[in-house]
Ligand binder design. Structure first.
Ligand code: UT7
Length: 319
């Protein structure tokens, strides 16, 4: 009873912020950002919220799948940036789209969150617990980053992506996933409830990142987890049409392609106009490709996510 993706949707905030605009906040340049990250612009919330973007992405995925919200059994939102801790963003989305029959919860595995939500939904469908699942990655990273820290702020963007999974007779592929809590300091964001922070101007209140450590980790672990997921499922790299990676930095994607000795055109990217949208990046890219008609029935695709925790994961799916 393996699941397949029967609908995708996404939402990017209306406001597009160019690299040039960052020079108002930090000492940087368009040339530095392009060269080191591949990013040219990113979308930043003004009116939008984590939940409003998730709702819009969910509605467009439902429309594409030609489904009613009431048909959804499981609704998972992967996020680290919802406006409320209680209730979970998934319940707010449920209420706004009318998914009255869905079990709803949020999931936090940082930039790997969409992959973890995908695994959760897949196993629920495989066991027969659910027939349909709506999984969403939605992030307002601009609320979490330190706008005075040029080493992190220029990297991130806001947005949401959604996919709908439905049970089907397609082959089931086992995912692969790992975590290493001993590297927790590489990407850290303290909660405002931690009691360690005096006020909201304290840089500790915002995301802190050892960029080079995360970069090296991603370049080392992503090719490995991709090889692992292929081996687990008896597949070869040449069976794969696209490797869709978490969009963190163009240079990371290029390095992973080099390690796997695969052509870069098998690694679609949208980091140039979205930046790093954390757990929203993979579903946003999937939706962009889907709507451009770049994904074809029977294509085998590898998804791979990595980020804070540290966490990293890969999955194979058949379109
Ligand atoms: O989603 C997962 C989460 N995070 C990631 O995937 C992040 C992975 N890491 C990265 O993408 C990169 O490490 C960054 C883009 C964050 C930084 O690029 P880098 O090539 O690793 O730069 P660096 O930190 O080694 O800094 C090199 C130089 C430094 O100057 P000095 O010490 O050589 O004089 C920095 O101070 O570049 C400087 N620098 C900047 N200069 C202009 C750092 N940020 C900037 C900036 N503009 N925005």
């Amino acid at each position: 009873m393996a699941a397949f993706i029967c609908g995708t949707g996404s939402c990017l905030p209306a406001y597009r912020m160019t690299n040039e605009e960052w020079t108002q906040y930090v000492e940087t340049s368009d040339a530095w950002i392009r060269e080191r990250t591949g990013i040219e612009s990113r979308h930043i919330v003004r009116e939008e919220t984590c939940v409003s973007m998730a709702v819009q992405a969910a509605k467009s995925a439902l429309e594409q799948a030609d489904m009613e919200a009431g048909e959804i059994d499981l609704l998972v939102v992967s996020t680290i940036s919802a406006e409320h801790i209680l209730p979970c963003a998934a319940c707010e989305v449920q209420q706004q789209i009318g998914a009255a029959n869905a079990v709803c919860f949020d999931l936090n595995a940082a930039c790997s969150g969409f992959l973890m939500a995908y695994h959760t939904a897949l196993s629920g469908i495989e066991t027969g617990m659910y027939k349909t699942a709506l999984i969403i990655g939605s992030e307002c990273m601009s609320h979490l980053m330190n706008w005075k820290d040029r080493g992190t702020c220029i990297l991130f963007g806001d947005g949401a992506g959604a996919v709908i999974l439905k049970n089907s007779s397609r082959p089931f592929y086992l995912p692969a996933g790992h975590s290493d809590g001993s590297k927790k300091d590489a990407l850290l964001l303290r909660s405002r409830h931690s009691g360690e922070i005096d006020n909201f101007t304290d840089p500790q209140y915002y995301m802190q990142m050892d960029g080079q450590a995360v970069f090296k980790f991603a370049v080392r672990q992503v090719p490995e987890v991709i090889r692992e997921v292929l081996k687990k499922n008896g597949l070869k790299q040449e069976d794969i049409r696209f490797f869709i990676l978490h969009q963190a930095n163009r240079r990371i994607t290029e390095a992973v392609a080099r390690h796997l000795k695969e052509p870069l055109d098998k690694f679609p990217m949208n980091v140039d106009h979205c930046g790093n949208t954390s757990s929203a990046s993979i579903p946003i890219l999937l939706d962009e490709m889907n709507r451009k008609g770049e994904l074809h029935r029977g294509d085998k695709i590898v998804l791979a996510g990595f980020g804070a925790g540290l966490t990293w994961s890969a999955a194979v799916l058949e379109w």
